[in-house]
Design a protein around this ligand. Structure first.
Ligand SMILES: O=C(O)C1=C[C@@H](OP(=O)(O)O)[C@@H](O)[C@H](O)C1
Ligand SMILES: C=C(OP(=O)(O)O)C(=O)O
Length: 408
């Protein structure tokens, strides 16, 4: 993997970037397409995680060893998918980090429904041995406070089960917008799914009534451009495509959050024009990000760049993502002289710093978002991004797009 040297630079105003489709929407749709082959998907994500998902679904019947590498959505969504494929015998594995990311809650839920899944190494973690079968159950109770991906996984198979599926959520529900995204995708295709009072109901659906879905571009990827604009001079502008008026992605909350950092968002013809209109008047910001965990890294780095202290809460899921993101953030922010405190579910940036002339090396911990979140600091200081091609997990052309926007 390459290390990338980035010299301190400035953003060129008025560039346009087309961001690839949302990986979250795409991976839901790939699975639904395997269950309903008439479904056509437009603007699918070209991310590694989506490629992994597509290849795994195409491998059915030809290979019974499937490795999803770092893709959490693929690991979780495919577990339910293979469990209901009669005759399938699959070993589902991933990277060494994937084998540390818990999956017991989903496996237990699928077992309640009658699925045959066993652990090949440590109990509660991948790799899994899955023997697909027809499942009799249609009601399941699941803990909802660890990962919404377990719930989405069940929702995605629900409509193809002979008696549909009723999912009761227990505990505080985490990452809710991702559950709502799944619900909206199902509904948009004509599946009459509902979600009220922590009960999700998905009726058996033989045929989709709508068979084309256009994926919106990825809002989590857009977050890095919000950060670049926030750290730029007044009047700097960038245009991002293709975005919808009513997004299914919870990370669309970025437009509101970055207004506080002086970034204006204007939507025109499926494009968003981001403009730095003022320097933020706030000196401190407190945000509860349980609904948008993937943008926490972007936001705290923006805060460091702007000299705004922050208190970000609702982040207990960050410890079980591509890396322990709270610890990784603390390690890297500290290199700039930041004082950072972390707890089980929160991170605090307690001081503002002065950027220096030397170059700082950023470790990325096999986490695409560590690499991308720190990139905007190149407007303040030269950086070396370690293992920079880690970004392809969600954003294959990230560095090309960034070079296109930076002065030489
Ligand atoms: O369903 C999805 O597409 C996702 C759900 C979230 O995970 P958790 O529910 O585990 O927080 C998010 O962090 C991840 O990047 C994508
Ligand atoms: C957490 C993420 O992905 P996943 O859980 O699907 O690996 C992410 O993309 O930030």
């Amino acid at each position: 993997m390459n290390n990338l040297l980035l010299h301190k630079s400035e953003l060129i105003s008025n560039r346009e970037i087309i961001i690839s489709g949302s990986k979250s929407e795409t991976n839901r749709l790939f699975l639904l397409q395997a269950l309903y082959p008439n479904l056509k998907i437009e603007n699918a994500s070209n991310s590694d995680d989506s490629e992994v998902m597509k290849n795994a679904l195409q491998a059915v019947g030809t290979s019974n060893e499937i490795n999803v590498h770092h893709a959490g959505t693929a690991m979780r969504f495919l577990t339910a998918y293979f469990a209901i494929q009669e005759g399938a015998e699959v070993v589902l594995s991933g990277s060494s980090r994937m084998h540390q990311r818990p999956i017991k809650i989903l496996v237990d839920a699928l077992k309640q429904l009658g699925c045959d899944i066993s652990y090949l190494k440590e109990e509660g973690f991948p790799p899994l041995q899955i023997i697909g079968r027809k499942i009799p159950g249609n009601k399941v109770l699941i803990d909802a406070n660890v990962s919404s991906q377990y719930i989405t996984s069940l929702m995605l198979i629900g409509a193809s089960l002979p008696n549909g599926l009723e999912i009761a959520l227990k505990g505080t529900v985490t990452s809710i917008p991702y559950i709502k995204m799944t619900l909206s995708v199902l509904q948009a295709l004509g599946i009459k799914a509902s979600f009220h009072d922590n009960i999700i109901k998905i009726p058996f659906t033989e045929k989709l009534t709508k068979d084309t879905f256009t994926v919106e571009s990825d809002w989590s990827s857009a977050s890095y451009f919000y950060s670049f604009i926030a750290l730029s001079k007044i009047d700097t502008q960038i245009t991002l495509g293709y975005f919808k008026q009513h997004s299914l992605q919870g990370d669309a909350i970025l437009a509101e959050i970055y207004q506080k950092f002086g970034v204006q968002t204007i939507c025109e013809d499926q494009k968003m024009i981001l403009t730095k209109i003022e320097n933020p008047s706030i000196k401190h910001i407190k945000l509860h990000l349980n609904d948008a965990p993937d943008i926490a890294q972007t936001i705290i780095v923006t805060c460091l760049g702007l000299g705004v202290t922050c208190d970000l809460t609702g982040l207990h899921t960050l410890k079980i993502k591509e890396t322990d993101r709270l610890q990784a953030l603390k390690n890297e922010l500290t290199k700039f002289g930041a004082k950072v405190s972390i707890s089980a579910d929160a991170i605090q940036l307690m001081n503002s710093i002065t950027f220096q002339n030397d170059r700082i090396a950023i470790e990325t911990y096999q986490d695409h978002r560590m690499a991308m979140a720190f990139a905007p600091l190149v407007l303040k200081q030269s950086l070396e991004i370690k293992n920079a091609d880690v970004v392809s997990k969600s954003y294959v052309h990230f560095w090309n797009d960034i070079q296109h926007c930076l002065k030489d």
